[in-house]
Every structure is written in structure tokens, then in C-alpha cells.
Design a protein around this ligand. Structure first.
Ligand code: SF4
Length: 236
């Protein structure tokens, strides 16, 4: 327990949080892998793990845009397809391309700290990107590449049916909300994607380049945490 508390405090420090009331630094109970939001009594059409495995297979064979040509492999997701919270980033980078897992490089390590600062582990959430193959030199995906890959992301979100989506950065926010949005204007607000609340915030790579923005990102994540901890509306 002491080690978990220490890890939590270190994660908060990494996020630029220097003071937290004592009552707030207790590690919260581990988020269970309970089935995500769907109509009460409505059976899932198929096992989410199997459906996600199908997407992995299809992305590995996908040739819908040129990004596969320079990539080592498709990087499809990490975490659990039964998560209440989904993080959507931009694209795999060098480390992700090598390991086949999203968010494992420097930005990924910061995302892991952010998740831990929220009292969770990576295995409690679902992590993916807009595009599944690494753009050469880690460049931003072109709009037509993001559009070609979007059906995979849409299917992933339909399978997970999370309680909340956190869009990390401009590419993810634009893919899910429309090309006209500005991440600077809408970060920290509650938007909607297909009836699911969506909170946009900064991409961890941006936070590494702009550490002063970490406090704003932490405020956004506290909003995310409040929303996923809210009891689901049982009236419907
Ligand atoms: S980035 Fe997406 S659309 Fe392009 S080849 Fe890979 S899986 Fe297919």
C-alpha cells in the first residue's frame, strides 16, 4: 500500500502537481473491468476481446493508405476492451512501431503517469490511436490517412462502448469531432462523440515540449475522473 501511495504521489509530481490535499492522494479502488455502458439487459453481440482481435488482424493486413509501407507493424491498442475510459492519441511513434504497443515511448510514459495520477493503471483503460501505422519520421498523419484509418477507430469505440473518451491532442479531437475544432479552444470541455461524452486535452508529447501546460492537462484529467466516477444514470 505504501509503495502504491508513493507511486501515486510521484505520478502527480510528474504531472506538475505540487500540492494535493491529503484526502485526495489515497489510491482509489482499482477500477474493475466491468462491462462498459450499453443498454441494460442488452447482450453484447460478441465477446469484445474477440472483436478487437479481429480488428488487429484486419489492421495488420490493411493497405488502405500508404502508411503501412514504412511501418514495422500495425499498432492497434493496449489495455482492456471492457474499459470505462478510452484514450485516443494520434499515431504510433518509433518505440510503438518497434514494440507494437501504443504509447510506450517518452510521451507514453507520461501518459502512464497521468493514468496512475488518476488512481488507475494502463490495464484499467483502453489506449489507441487515430492511425494504426507509424507515419514516416513521426510526422503528423495527413487528413486523408486519418480518414482512411478512421473506420478502425470507430469500430474500436463501438466495441468498447466506454463511459467516456479522452481525446489526446488535435488529431484525435479532429478525427472524432470534426476538422473545424481547435484543441486550444475546446480542451477541458465536455463534447459528445456518438452519444459518448468526450473530453479533449493536450497530447502528452505536447506536454513534454510545454511542461507549463501540465497543470491545465491535470485539470482536464480531474474532470475526466469525476465524470467516470459518477454513477451511471439508471433511469433509462
Ligand atoms: S494507417 Fe490505417 S488505413 Fe493506413 S494502412 Fe495502416 S491500418 Fe490501413
Amino acid at each position: 500500500m505504501k509503495r502504491a501511495l508513493k507511486q501515486h504521489v510521484e505520478s502527480l509530481a510528474q504531472m506538475g502537481v505540487t500540492h494535493v490535499p491529503r484526502s485526495k492522494i489515497k489510491p482509489r479502488a482499482k477500477v474493475s473491468s466491468q462491462p462498459a455502458v450499453h443498454e441494460p439487459g442488452e447482450p453484447r453481440s460478441a465477446d469484445p476481446e474477440n472483436l478487437m482481435a479481429e480488428i488487429v488482424k484486419e489492421a495488420r493486413a490493411c493497405r488502405a493508405c500508404p502508411l503501412y509501407k514504412d511501418a514495422t507493424q500495425a499498432v492497434v491498442f493496449d489495455g482492456t476492451p471492457r474499459a470505462r475510459l478510452v484514450f485516443v492519441g494520434e499515431a504510433p511513434g518509433f518505440e510503438e512501431d518497434k514494440q507494437g504497443v501504443p504509447f510506450v515511448g517518452a510521451a507514453g510514459q507520461l501518459l502512464t503517469k497521468m493514468i496512475q495520477a488518476m488512481g488507475m493503471q494502463r490495464s484499467d483503460v483502453f489506449i489507441c490511436n487515430v492511425v494504426k501505422h507509424r507515419p514516416p519520421g513521426n510526422r503528423t498523419p495527413e487528413p486523408d490517412e486519418a480518414a482512411a484509418c478512421l473506420p478502425f477507430l470507430q469500430r474500436q469505440l463501438a466495441i468498447v462502448q466506454p463511459k467516456l473518451i479522452c481525446a489526446l491532442g488535435s488529431v484525435a479531437a479532429k478525427a472524432l469531432l470534426g476538422p473545424g475544432i481547435s484543441i486550444m479552444k475546446i480542451r477541458g470541455s465536455v463534447q459528445q462523440y456518438a452519444g459518448i461524452p468526450l473530453v479533449p486535452t493536450f497530447h502528452p508529447a505536447y506536454l513534454l515540449r510545454n511542461p507549463s501546460a501540465k497543470k491545465l492537462a491535470w485539470a482536464d484529467l480531474q474532470l475526466v475522473k469525476r465524470l467516470i466516477d459518477q454513477p451511471s444514470d439508471s433511469s433509462g
